[in-house]
Design a binder for this molecule. Structure first.
Ligand code: PMV
Length: 328
């Protein structure tokens, strides 16, 4: 069936930072993870994406920040659009225009906001009217963490076992709403290995991977109970622990790899020093060298002061809980 559509649909999605990490797929085609994960959607970085299916195009056209892309980037978007075409029955090619809104060097760029915005815009442009659960499942097919960016605030990705039951749900809570994330961009480019490759290597070669799967179950229970109890200390402690447990899987892979640089370690030590001096904060780190400092509103000034002196003010961005996906 060739459905024609000239509707341009624009969607906005914000990025998220995982506090309990997703690290490993049990099914790579459908992106079904081995474990659940839990994140906070942030206000400071978002992707705005417009999609139009257009009979005059002989292939999908994809631009990011006004630059046409090709190669692997194009292929990934094209593969995702094929899923939308398969689900909707539309057979036209699409024009995709994406803009990333990032505060200077925030280091928050992520495939999460990109695929959440693309899922929302492309599905509606193809004539589908998906509810948020279905949208989360669709976004997951582009990038696992994208399924969480459909929702705002605290979000849990319930791992499920198949395409139908692996999706994110919001954790509706008035608690911990003074939480802030101070993002430190210690380096922009250092990424020895993508998260996709890194997690696959950890799953297949780290002898600790089965233990990770077990421990994440209890980390998830602990963090949800900390959120429920409005207990920032327990929340921060378990977030930091879980991040280090994830990075232990990179050190124990074969061959081993490491996302940290010297600056990453200095920032981690400084977070501990601040904490011991009474300024409560914790760190979390994704598949890269940049450090996100988890704190509460009242300590933002002291923390940004310290890290501005260490790395320069342009490397420090303060984020707070952000919204779920929206249409313009
Ligand atoms: O969604 P991906 O393939 O970009 O992987 C995300 C991996 C981490 O950011 C390290 C953890 C997470 O849960 O977001």
């Amino acid at each position: 069936m060739t459905t024609s559509s000239d509707k341009i649909v624009t969607a906005i999605a914000h990025t998220n930072i995982a506090l309990i990490k997703y690290w490993g797929k049990r099914n790579a085609e459908f992106i079904i993870p081995y474990t659940g994960s839990l994140s906070l959607t942030l206000d400071q970085f978002y992707t705005q994406t417009s999609v139009q299916f257009d009979a005059s195009l002989d292939q999908d056209s994809v631009s990011i920040d006004d630059q046409l892309i090709d190669g692997n980037g194009w292929q990934r978007v094209h593969n995702f659009l094929n899923i939308v075409r398969q689900q909707s029955g539309i057979t036209l090619n699409a024009q995709v225009k994406s803009e990333n809104h990032v505060p200077t060097a925030a280091g928050l760029a992520s495939s999460a906001s990109a695929f959440a915005a693309l899922a929302a815009a492309a599905s509606r442009a193809a004539g589908m009217d998906l509810d948020l659960q279905a949208l989360s499942r669709l976004a997951r097919r582009g990038s696992g963490s994208a399924c969480r960016s459909i929702f705002g605030g605290f979000v849990e990705w319930q791992r499920g076992t198949n395409d139908a039951d692996s999706y994110a749900v919001p954790i509706e809570t008035p608690n911990l709403n003074d939480i802030r994330i101070v993002a430190l961009t210690v380096e922009k480019h250092h990424k020895p290995i993508s998260s996709r490759q890194g997690m696959a290597l950890s799953v297949t070669t780290s002898p600790y991977y089965p233990t990770w799967v077990k421990v994440v179950e209890s980390d998830l229970q602990s963090i949800k109970s900390a959120i429920n109890a409005d207990d920032f200390t327990r929340f921060g402690t378990i977030s930091e622990l879980n991040a280090m447990r994830m990075h232990a899987l990179t050190l124990s892979a074969n061959p081993d790899f490491l996302y940290f640089t010297g600056d990453t370690l200095e920032a981690m030590n400084e977070v501990k020093r601040l904490r011991h001096s009474g300024i409560e904060c914790y760190y979390t780190i994704d598949a890269g060298p940049n450090v996100k400092v988890i704190c509460q509103k009242q300590n933002v000034a002291a923390i940004t002061d310290t890290f501005s002196k260490m790395f320069g003010p342009e490397k420090v961005t303060v984020a707070q809980p952000g919204p779920g996906v929206k249409y313009l």
